[in-house]
Design a protein. Structure first.
Length: 320
């Protein structure tokens, strides 16, 4: 009985030990599972944290990239605007270049025209200078001849006009030469005509003019007739005495050149105070006109116009 009991007690102990062992194994398994779960949880938390950090860093990078992209877009817009401005400026420059090219062509043509006109004007100026020189030479010759013959006359140093006092040559309101007037004409007309009809002067001579003037008293028409009759009287006397100092050919030439005019009360002579000098206004003038006198006046107008055009062209060129 005791042996059997021991056997039963021994069997109970074996199973008891076995169950303890299994409990220990289970506990160990549980511990291992707990440790594994703990480590897994820890790894998971760390991975979540790492993921969050990465997401946060990615968000920062994304924001930075967006900011940079926005800055690039803004710069691209500015560059595009600048490109548009540059394109517009280039267009303007191209248009200005085209205009400048047109202006250069116009200026070149104007310069060519100006050079041509300058050449023409230089030629005309030389001709004018020659004519003026001839006129000055004629006036100088007249003055010299009158001086050599001891004849005191009133001759204009610029035009060569010889002024004769009508109060000496005519009685008041008359058109018939007095003896004193005839003597005065006989002393001056031969010298005047001889100088003008010299071979070196005659090619340039267009007219020998006798002009009559009255004072401002009386009727214009009456004074016109009186001035004409007085100038005609001087011309007729000249033709009467021409044979005394002119050759046959010179006499014929004189008839071709001689012109008689009456001017009534026109162009009166004024005194120093600006009042009409009636005695001086009653006069007869003997003058001459060269063939190119009208040309000189016309060329002077042309030259003045050309100088004005040249000044305007220079001003336009300076502004451009």
């Amino acid at each position: 009985m005791r042996k059997k009991k021991r056997s039963e007690d021994g069997g109970f102990n074996v199973w008891r030990s076995y169950s303890d062992m299994m409990a220990g194994v289970l506990l160990l398994f549980v511990l291992i599972m707990c440790v594994t779960l703990f480590q897994a949880q820890k790894s998971y938390d760390e991975s979540i944290k790492e993921r969050d950090e990465k997401l946060e860093l990615q968000a920062e990078y994304t924001a930075e990239i967006l900011a940079q992209q926005n800055a690039l877009d803004e710069k691209e817009g500015q560059i595009k605007t600048q490109d548009e401005k540059l394109a517009a400026l280039a267009q303007q420059l191209a248009e200005q270049a085209a205009k400048l090219k047109e202006q250069e062509a116009v200026l070149s043509q104007q310069q060519s025209d100006l050079d041509e006109k300058t050449t023409l004007l230089s030629q005309q100026q030389a001709k004018i200078d020659n004519i003026i020189g001839v006129k000055a030479e004629v006036v100088e010759s007249l003055q010299k001849e009158f001086k050599n013959n001891n004849v005191n006359v009133n001759i204009d140093s610029q035009t060569g006009a010889l002024t004769l006092d009508a109060n000496v040559m005519f009685d008041y309101d008359e058109a018939e030469l007095t003896e004193e007037g005839q003597q005065a004409l006989r002393s001056v007309l031969p010298i005047y005509c001889k100088v003008l009809l010299e071979e070196n002067h005659k090619p340039y001579l267009a007219e020998i003019i006798i002009d009559g003037y009255t004072d401002t008293d009386g009727d214009y028409a009456y004074n016109l007739e009186l001035s004409q009759r007085r100038s005609l009287a001087v011309a007729q006397y000249l033709l009467e005495i021409q044979w005394e100092f002119l050759s046959d050919q010179e006499s014929l030439d004189l008839q071709d050149y001689l012109t008689v005019n009456g001017h009534s009360m026109a162009n009166p002579i004024l005194d120093a105070e600006g009042n009409v000098d009636k005695d001086a206004s009653r006069r007869v003038e003997v003058k001459f006109r060269l063939k190119d006198d009208e040309m000189i006046d016309e060329l002077s107008k042309i030259m003045s116009a050309a100088e004005t055009a040249e000044a305007e062209q220079s001003a336009d060129a300076a502004q451009n």
